[in-house]
Design a protein around this ligand. Structure first.
Ligand SMILES: [Zn+2]
Length: 227
């Protein structure tokens, strides 16, 4: 299992630097991942000493902001070497429906009194995020003693909305959720750099360190991403 929270910008860069974009032939448009493959023909990616299928990792980093359960990742192009996120889908329709039913049950659970936190506790945490006293979701887990998934649901306005309605959740999320750039965002950043938009304003737009933008501008990272 890949723990999303362990993924850093460095992993994403390392991953994208091993992609070859296929320009011609029957697999035109596919992105080949340069690595050894398992016996079913899927290339591996080594993530924090754990082997994972490369296309699965690609799907996860490309859909980093989406809150969804990752099922079996399937290819729409039938090319097991391909890691182009546009050729990947998450699970079967039935699996996705089952997950929604399960999620709904969980969401109701925390609204019907089974939850362990109070409105006051949540308000206190939200205020501490805004003041900069809390900077990581890990700290919220410790303080509220609820699961990371529940916290993410709260920060995305899925549960506890009677409290979070009074807050700008976008602003709150930007303060505590680590930002990972997707390939589409890197493309947009490259376009903005070409149009001479300032590195500082781009960094602000994407809530990343200006050094990240600097590295993209100077081809120190994401060299393979073409616009
Ligand atoms: Zn493909």
């Amino acid at each position: 299992m890949i723990n999303k929270k362990e993924i850093t910008q460095k992993h994403v860069e390392d991953f994208y630097n091993r992609i070859l974009i296929v320009d011609e032939g029957p697999n035109k448009g596919c992105w080949t991942f340069n690595a050894a493959n398992d016996r079913d023909g899927y290339p591996y990616y080594n993530f924090n000493k754990k082997t994972t299928r490369a296309h699965r990792f690609s799907y996860i980093i490309s859909n980093y902001d989406k809150e969804e359960k990752i099922n079996i990742i399937r290819h729409t192009c039938n090319n097991p070497w391909c890691v182009n996120p546009n050729h990947l889908v998450n699970g079967s329709q039935q699996e996705n429906i089952n997950d929604k039913i399960k999620d709904n049950r969980q969401a109701k659970g925390s609204k019907t009194g089974t939850s362990k936190i109070t409105e006051e506790q949540l308000i206190s945490v939200l205020d501490k995020i805004l003041s900069g006293e809390i900077t990581k979701t890990k700290q919220i887990v410790t303080i509220l003693n609820i699961s990371h998934t529940n916290i993410i649901d709260i920060l995305h306005g899925k549960i506890w909305t009677h409290v979070t309605n009074n807050y700008n959740l976008n602003e709150i999320r930007n303060k505590v959720i680590q930002k990972i750039l997707t390939i589409d965002e890197v493309k947009d950043i490259k376009k903005r750099l070409l149009n001479n938009q300032s590195q500082r304003s781009i960094a602000k737009k994407y809530s990343v360190d200006p050094k990240t933008i600097y590295a993209i501008k100077n081809n120190q990272s994401f060299q393979n991403v073409k616009i």
